[in-house]
Design a protein around this ligand. Structure first.
Ligand code: ADP
Ligand code: ADP
Length: 220
């Protein structure tokens, strides 16, 4: 049984068919790459899983239950959806302290996640001056606050320099090796092929290939 189970999701925005039967599962213990061109429906799928968008049809379950029925959802699912969204006038650390406080997480966890994402040297600077790469790290830190078994990261490589991309890949692998289910989207296969053990390739709102990287290479 998959930790995230997406089944037959359909969703229209006006005339746009964003999801057209999206179906796949995400297992714990590995990185699942969610790959496809811009507009393929990756973000919408994640938003539906998180209950931020309603699907017209289909189901999305986390640990066998709808996200909105989890008692403490932020302890089960950490998400990075839009790395741009943060209070620019707060320091990175104060931003995380505020999130931890509002979500009922221990303040001590803040310094742990700052170390985990490598923001130690800039944690006391205002986040408004952060590069997109530093914002991505801050967003990942926020997603890790509740130490969730499930992570969903939408385009975490955006805006990162090559060093940052290598760093995020390592972090994703180690988070999965600890037994988490990790779903990571990208419009570039090259960003995920060495990191994801499982690839879900999507286009026009549905899955066009669902395979292990090993099997994909065998076929080539
Ligand atoms: P991806 O994340 O793969 O780039 P999205 O899920 O963001 O794809 O978008 C899928 C399709 O749905 C696109 O055509 C996009 O323009 C459309 N879409 C997404 N969100 C909205 C929205 N809030 N209003 C209208 N159209 C939307
Ligand atoms: P309750 O209503 O009993 O508080 P919870 O939603 O808190 O239910 O979850 C009950 C158990 O299921 C917890 O031990 C939690 O760790 C586990 N669990 C819930 N969601 C997930 C998930 N997405 N992935 C893994 N384990 C989960």
């Amino acid at each position: 049984e998959a930790t995230i189970e997406v089944s037959g999701l359909r969703k229209r925005f006006g005339q746009t068919r964003a999801l057209d039967g999206m179906t796949f599962g995400v297992q714990a213990g590995q990185v699942t790459g969610f790959v496809g061109p811009n507009g393929a429906g990756k973000s919408t799928t994640m938003r539906v899983v998180l209950g931020l968008d309603a699907a017209d049809e289909g189901t999305a379950l986390v640990g066998g239950r709808p996200y909105t029925s989890l008692t403490s959802p932020l302890r089960h699912v950490g998400a990075l959806l839009d790395a741009g969204a943060l209070q620019p006038s707060r320091t990175a650390r104060n931003h995380l302290l505020w999130l931890a406080h509002s979500q009922g997480f221990a303040a001590a966890r803040v310094d742990e996640v700052i170390d985990l994402v490598g923001l130690g040297t800039v944690a006391r600077r205002k986040a408004g001056g952060f590069s997109l790469g530093m914002r991505q790290r801050l967003g990942i830190a926020a997603a890790l606050l509740g130490d969730p078994p499930v992570l969903m990261l939408d385009e975490p490589f955006n805006g990162l320099d090559p060093e940052g991309i290598v760093w995020i890949r390592g972090l994703l692998r180690s988070l999965a090796a600890e037994g988490r289910a990790v779903l990571v989207s990208s419009h570039l296969m090259s960003e995920l092929q060495d990191t994801a053990g499982h690839l879900v390739v999507v286009g026009r709102g549905k899955v066009v290939a669902d395979t292990s990287v090993a099997r994909l290479i065998e076929r080539a």
